[in-house]
Write a protein that binds this ligand. Sequence first.
Ligand code: GLP
Length: 260
Amino acid sequence: MLVVVHEDYDALSKKGAEIIASRMRQKPNLVLGLATGSTPLGLYRELIRLYKNDGLDFSKIVTFNLDEYIGVPPEHDQSYHYFMRHNLFDHINVNPSHVYIPQGMYGDIKISSFETNPKIEQFCTWYEDEIKRHGGVDIQILGIGGNGHIAFNEPGSSLGSRTRIKTLTQKTVKDNSRFFKSAEEVPRYAITMGVGTIMEAKELLLLATGDGKADAVKSAVEGPITAMCPASALQLHRRAIVMTDKAAAAKLSAEFITYG
Ligand code: GLP
C-alpha cells in the first residue's frame, strides 16, 4: 500500500486526476470505478479541466459506480445518478451507454436486508456480470466514511462481500439527514458493490481529506484487517494507493508516508 500525503485538497485532487488521466492515456477503453461524496469532487473538476483544455478523451471508457440509495429516484438531487451527471458526466464526452450506476428504484416491493428480494438480487448479479464482461475494473476511486466504510460497506460488512443491499448504520443515516428535507426521506438502504467486488479492481485509489477522517485512515492503513473497518481490506491489495491531505494523515506513523 502506497500512502501519499499531499499539502492540501487541491494538490491531492490534481495528483489523483493525473493518475486517472495517465491510465486513460495508456488504455483508452479503461474501465473506471467511480465514487460519490464530497471527497472526489476536486478530482472530477480536474478531469473536466483536462477534457476541456488538454483533450483528455472519455469516449471509450466504461464507468462503474460503487453505490446508490434505494428509493431515491435518479432525478432527485441527492441520488448518486444525479450527483454523477451534475459533477462529471454532463461535462465530459463519456458515452452514456458506457455508464453503469446501481439501480435504486424497485417499485413497491418490500425492502429489507433480512429477506432476499428476487428483483434486487437479479440486479446485483447482473451488475457483477457486467463488470466481468468488461474485463473488470482497471482502477477504482474510493472515498472513506468516518467509520471506515468504503462505498456503503458499513462496519461489519464481510470482507468477501459482493454487490448487494445494505442497511445503513444509524451514524450514516444521521450524517446524511442534512441533505434531505425530512427525516422520512433519508434513505435506510443502499445497493453497494461489496468489499470483495472492490478488491477485484486491478488498482485502488482511496482519497481522504480533513481531520474527520484521521481515525478511519489510521485504522485502514495501520490497524488490523477487520470487517469493523472495511477499508482495512486494502492492506491485502497489491496495487492500492491511499492519498490524503495533512489533516487526514495526522494520526499515521510517519515511517509509512511518502510526501506528494
Ligand atoms: C458515502 C459514500 C462513500 C463515500 C462516503 C464519504 O457514504 N457512499 O462512497 O466515500 O460517503 O463521503 P465524503 O467524501 O463526503 O466524506
